[in-house]
Ligand binder design. Structure first.
Ligand code: SF4
Length: 430
């Protein structure tokens, strides 16, 4: 009888949300979670293929599980996520001990490994099986897949085309989460503003946010990841006008040079990207904005790279996630472009972006010192509570506070990565 499951996850929030949903499905079927792999009857490895490092971690985990299966042959092993499909044959050859492979959100092959009667979990995406909240924040996928096909990206091949979840289904899920202690949801999509275009009524992300804002115990709504071309003025007005929606944007630019942007097939120019930032700031002057940048893309020159740096200086992002380009099998760039920027140059450019990003983050964070910020307390690390500002800044609290409470905090110290402060209202102290 399969009764204990061990779930290992690497990758983006979407992957984590998939794992949480799978765990909820296991729980509904009477299985119990274990964090000790040796005690599990079924092990699921949820993989990511966006970077080589994530794949290497999955290989090493599977190596360990294969050893375990030699001494415990009845152990069921499943691999799910973005490495399935493209890499299934290689994985099958290298790890013959794996019993099932499942693409992202395709839970059925895993369920088939479980003995005994199966509950009907409602078909694709398990619409009525909700992840069990573990704290005051939760991720809620609202649109799956991506239609954009940026040349370096594997996502559209692994997660398929954009597919929005019906609005009433999302509202029911968020209401359930709010009734079970969740105070903040983050709406997830690879390009989250694409939400709704494929639904009959064609609602947009703003319409969804409006519906969710009516859920009483929900305090905050966040959203990830933005794509400039899908971010309409109508959606921005909704974000600006709804008090529960946090003015916090993750808006990847990837490069500052038009030549590189075109080669990446990002679908916008530098000027168009900057115009979108200006539009956001005109409506929400205090908005927090983070971005992603790739350095060392095929054919990128020093002059192109300088344009990325100058864009970072011009926009002054709250945070920059920088990655050195690495060719991912299955992508357009892998098939058609030479990975011609030397590794040493990529490392140097990465370092230069980090220098600029640290300086600017520190300068922006310093402007928070002395201000009072509303913080949702997300958890306690060591003895110190932590949470985030409306703009997404991580804040450590120098006094006790209840997890799940909204606390006004006076910011007293700022570093490049986080802030520190003390709650101003003694009544909220535990
Ligand atoms: S927008 Fe581009 S980078 Fe983002 S998930 Fe889609 S294809 Fe990948």
């Amino acid at each position: 009888m399969t009764s204990r499951y061990y779930l290992w996850t690497v990758g983006c929030q979407m992957n984590k949300a998939d794992s949480e949903k799978l765990a909820a499905g296991f729980d509904r079927m009477g299985l119990k979670a274990t964090d000790r792999i040796e005690r599990a009857d079924i092990v699921v490895v949820n993989t990511c293929s966006v970077r080589q490092h994530a794949e290497d971690r999955a290989y090493s985990k599977l190596g360990r599980i294969s050893e375990l299966k030699k001494t415990k042959p009845q152990l069921k092993v499943a691999v799910m996520g973005c490495m399935v499909g493209l890499k299934t044959d290689e994985l099958r050859k290298r790890f013959p001990q794996v019993d099932a492979f499942a693409r992202p959100q395709q839970f059925e092959p895993i369920m088939e490994l479980i003995e005994g009667p199966h509950e009907d979990l409602g078909g694709e995406f398990w619409p009525s099986t909700y992840a069990i909240p573990e704290g005051p924040t939760a991720f809620v996928p609202v649109v799956h897949g991506c239609n954009k096909f940026c040349t370096y990206c594997i996502v559209p091949y692994r997660r398929g085309r954009e597919k929005s979840r019906p609005m009433d289904e999302i509202v029911r899920e968020v209401a359930y989460l709010a009734a079970n202690g969740v105070r903040e949801v983050t709406l997830l999509g690879q390009t989250v503003e694409a939400y709704g275009h494929d639904l009959a009524e064609q609602p947009d992300l703003g319409d969804l946010m409006r519906e969710l804002s009516a859920i009483e115990r929900l305090e905050r709504i966040r959203f990830l990841t933005s794509y400039p071309k899908d971010m309409t003025h109508r959606i921005l007005e909704a974000i600006a006008g709804l008090p529960k929606v946090m003015e916090c944007f993750s808006l990847p630019v990837q490069a500052g040079s038009d030549r590189v942007l075109e080669s990446m097939r990002r679908g916008y120019t530098r000027a168009e990207y900057l115009a979108k930032i200006a539009e956001v700031r005109a409506l929400m002057p205090a908005a927090g904005i983070t971005t992603d940048v790739i350095v060392g893309y095929p054919g990128e020159t020093e002059a192109d790279f300088e344009e990325s740096l100058s864009l970072l200086e011009e926009v002054r992002f709250d945070k920059v996630h920088v990655a050195a380009y690495s060719p991912r099998p299955g992508t357009i760039a892998y098939r058609k472009m030479e990975d011609d920027v030397p590794a040493a140059t990529k490392a140097e450019w990465l370092h230069r972006v980090e220098e600029v990003e640290h300086r600017i983050s520190e300068e922006i964070n310093a402007t928070y010192v002395g201000a009072v910020q509303s913080i949702l307390v997300e958890g306690i690390r060591g003895e110190q509570p932590f949470g985030r500002t409306q703009t997404g800044k991580l804040v450590h609290l120098d006094a006790p506070a209840r997890v799940g409470s909204l606390v006004d905090v006076r910011i007293e110290h700022a570093g490049p990565f986080s802030l520190r402060g003390t709650p101003v209202d003694a009544l909220v102290l535990a």
